[in-house]
Design a protein around this ligand. Structure first.
Ligand SMILES: NC(=O)c1ccc[n+]([C@@H]2O[C@H](COP(=O)([O-])OP(=O)(O)OC[C@H]3O[C@@H](n4cnc5c(N)ncnc54)[C@H](O)[C@@H]3O)[C@@H](O)[C@H]2O)c1
Length: 307
């Protein structure tokens, strides 16, 4: 049966990947301030009748849309943004309170984006039982949103699930420019014969996750009850150097990386999801290997219609 669904951040990379397949059969409202998102990402959805509210995620109550379901991804999406403007933490937390309050009053489930950055400081594999060490403003904001969801769940019966996403890449990520995942950024540089610029020695590891797997996890998590935190990753990590080698192989190139001292304080050295809980609670397991994801992204970037 058709549902009424709000997707905050629905004009962004992951948000649009959630919105686009839903629009044919559901009544979808996108709320997005277009900070990094764009209408181009959702032009097909708009043709299919998706509605759009340009504004902050916390505007949810003023849209007069009564949803069966909320996907909340409309949060400033990258660590450097918070370093430049610490007050973004306040905005993210304020928006989350508005959304959780609104959803609690209607008994509407919320599935929202959280981050593997919460595991910064721990050796992988990372499981949900680890207590986040919150080493920067971005992580502090994300941890606060998770804890608020828990409070709303305990005090007001909200059904809310935090999905801790691991290094997501895929179509439309390239629109994020310098904020895009390194798989996407480096694919572009290698294609152009330019050296990918690597911080440190390239031995840092990432659990690269293809966006279609993330979309599937969001949809699967809508039926969970109470408050939940789940990892959404492939459960397999590669060094940045290994990822560059794979890109070179796939593109038939031999472009060498350039290395520079890492300028980032509290840099995340390693991420790898322990996927046990998501498999048990949700029956979710990522399908796409890094090789398969690279193939799909390359197919998209080289298709005549993708840009
Ligand atoms: N891409 C990843 O690897 C990754 C990893 C962990 C967590 N996440 C989280 O997943 C979510 C989606 O990320 P993405 O990769 O699609 O990034 P993105 O920047 O493409 O998407 C974020 C979207 O939210 C919008 N937005 C930002 N602040 C907003 C606000 N206050 N109100 C309304 N809209 C707002 C942006 O314009 C954009 O369309 C973000 O919350 C991000 O932090 C992403």
């Amino acid at each position: 049966m058709a549902k009424k669904i709000i997707v905050t951040g629905g004009a962004g990379f992951i948000g649009s990947s959630i919105v686009n397949p839903l629009c044919a059969d559901n009544d979808v409202l996108i709320i997005d301030n277009l900070h990094t998102g764009s209408m181009e990402n959702v032009k097909e959805s708009m043709k299919l009748g998706a509605k759009f509210h340009r504004g902050e995620a916390g505007d949810i109550a003023v849209t007069h849309f009564d949803p069966d379901l909320v996907f909340h991804l409309g949060m400033f999406s990258s660590t450097p943004m918070y370093r430049e403007d610490n007050s973004l933490v306040t905005r993210v937390v304020g928006d989350a309170i508005n959304i959780f309050k609104f959803a609690s009053e209607r008994n509407t489930p919320v599935v929202f984006a959280s981050s593997s950055s919460l595991y910064n400081g721990y050796q992988p594999p990372h499981h949900e039982g680890l207590v986040p060490l919150a080493k920067d403003f971005y992580t502090e904001a994300r941890f606060a949103v998770e804890r608020l969801a828990n409070v709303y769940s305990e005090q007001h019966g909200l059904n809310a699930t935090a999905l801790r996403l691991f290094a997501v890449y895929g179509p439309r990520d390239e629109k994020k420019g310098k904020y895009a995942n390194l798989v996407t950024q480096f694919m572009k540089s290698i294609e152009n014969g330019e050296s990918p610029l690597v911080y440190g020695n390239g031995n840092q590891t990432r659990d690269f996750t293809y966006v279609d797997d993330v979309v599937r996890a969001f949809n699967m998590a809508t039926s969970l009850k109470g408050f939940n935190v789940l990892n959404v990753g492939r459960g397999e990590s590669f060094t940045i150097n290994e990822m560059i080698n794979k890109l070179n192989e796939h593109l038939g190139k031999d472009v060498e990386a350039k290395y520079m001292p890492n300028p980032i304080v509290n840099y995340v050295d390693h991420t790898e999801a322990d996927t046990t809980k998501a498999e048990k609670v949700l029956g979710f397991k990522a399908k796409y290997s890094l090789d398969e994801g690279i193939d799909k992204l390359w197919e998209y970037l080289t298709a005549p219609t993708s840009h």
